[in-house]
Design a protein around this ligand. Structure first.
Ligand code: SAM
Length: 360
């Protein structure tokens, strides 16, 4: 900034008693202050715009609506935040695999723009959908969200959550959350109705391969044959904390089958996503039989090899409020899992996919 520029003149109005530039006061007065310096907005490039209190926004930003200053924090590879129970948490926790809507809102703000469309093909009780609605009231702007969920119970829970939450918000005088569309059915069928490239962000939390329950279920199966005779694999659901509402049939799949199924599903989902969009997937790792099961890495590779998607990042969501337990003491080191992985994929450009097809 030049000594005799407009910015300098303004900055002289905001001096501390010691004669130093008082950035806090200048900021309070809504002047464009970045890193303690007053910005000369006349010097910004045509594609740059100063956003009060947020920094400089580059109009060429295709990823999100964040300014450079916000981007610096939004690209951190660890999200170290415990999200206190809210948005009808008790009701949503009937699911057991629900995600904090505020965490979803945070990710939606990082990987989409106001007015964009977000899809969650494994929507559960609607963490992503609620997150998309929250964006309207938390500064980043409303997104439209579509969810698919094959268990009708979770569709009903989402609708009740929204109803109760909005009743409370109205009673408090807060604006209600925009309802989003949660379609009941199998994502493999429902994805067929989503137009190509119409989704800007696919944010989801995949149904788990229930490794811990696999062996137990197989053993139990032998002793429960009469009960299983009537099981059709489509409606079974045992709820509870260790389960995310999956039919028992999913627990009996091998890991290879689970990975192949996920790969196939994501290759279909990818067609619905805009070439500039992102696919963001929650997945926790597991520990079993003295060994770490790197499910996130396995899933990332399975998706990359089946779908035209490239892994751009693995964000870690570290929840510092998670309860700790003594596992393995004093004989064996067993990790207390206080994190989940958030895999971030971008679409391969057409030229990349064509080059790969040629190699095949
Ligand atoms: C990990 S949970 C998602 C939880 C969600 N993030 C939330 O906040 O509630 C995965 C969900 O996918 C659903 N699901 C599994 N396979 C499905 C399929 N083929 N089509 C639609 N939903 C499916 C399960 O019923 C389960 O509710």
């Amino acid at each position: 900034m030049g000594d005799d520029g407009h910015g300098h003149r303004q900055s002289r109005l905001f001096t501390t008693e010691e004669g130093e530039f008082d950035a806090d006061r200048a900021r309070e007065e809504s002047l464009p202050v970045e890193d303690g310096e007053l910005i000369d907005t006349d010097e910004l490039a045509d594609h740059q715009r100063y956003v009060e209190g947020r920094g400089i926004y580059d109009e060429r930003n295709r990823v999100n609506d964040l300014t450079g200053k916000e981007w610096k924090y939004a690209t951190k590879s660890v999200i170290a935040e415990g999200y206190p129970p809210d948005l009808q948490h008790e009701l949503r926790s009937e699911h057991g695999g629900q995600k904090p809507p505020r965490l979803c809102a945070e990710l939606i703000g990082r990987f989409s723009k106001a007015g964009d469309t977000v899809l969650d093909p494994f929507a559960g009780v609607g963490g992503t959908l609620l997150g998309a609605s929250l964006c309207e009231h938390e500064g980043t702007g409303l997104r439209e969200a579509i969810g698919f969920e094959r268990n009708e119970r979770w569709v009903d829970v989402y609708e009740t959550v929204l109803e109760q939450e909005n009743e409370e918000r109205r009673a408090r005088g807060d604006p209600p959350l925009e309802p989003q569309e949660l379609r009941h059915g199998d994502c493999a069928d429902l994805i067929e109705d989503v137009p190509e490239h119409s989704i800007d962000l696919l944010l989801t939390d995949v149904p788990y391969w229930h490794m811990d329950e696999l062996e137990q279920t197989r053993n139990e199966r032998r002793t429960r044959e009469s009960k299983l005779g009537s099981f059709d694999g489509a409606t079974g659901d045992d709820g509870g904390d260790s389960n995310d509402g999956e039919p028992v049939a999913d627990e009996e799949r091998t890991k290879a089958e689970w990975l192949a199924d996920m790969g196939e599903k994501f290759s279909r989902f990818a067609d619905a996503v805009d070439p500039t969009g992102h696919v963001v997937v929650f997945i926790g790792d597991m520990y079993r039989d003295q060994s770490y099961e790197f499910l996130s890495a396995d899933l990332a590779r399975a998706i990359e090899s089946a779908a035209p998607l490239t892994l751009a990042a693995n964000l870690i969501w570290y929840d510092p409020t998670k309860d700790l337990h003594v596992y393995g003491y004093p004989f064996s080191f067993v990790p207390s899992m206080v994190h989940q992985n958030v895999l971030v994929f971008r679409l391969e450009s057409e030229s990349e996919s064509e080059a790969e097809d040629e190699q095949d």
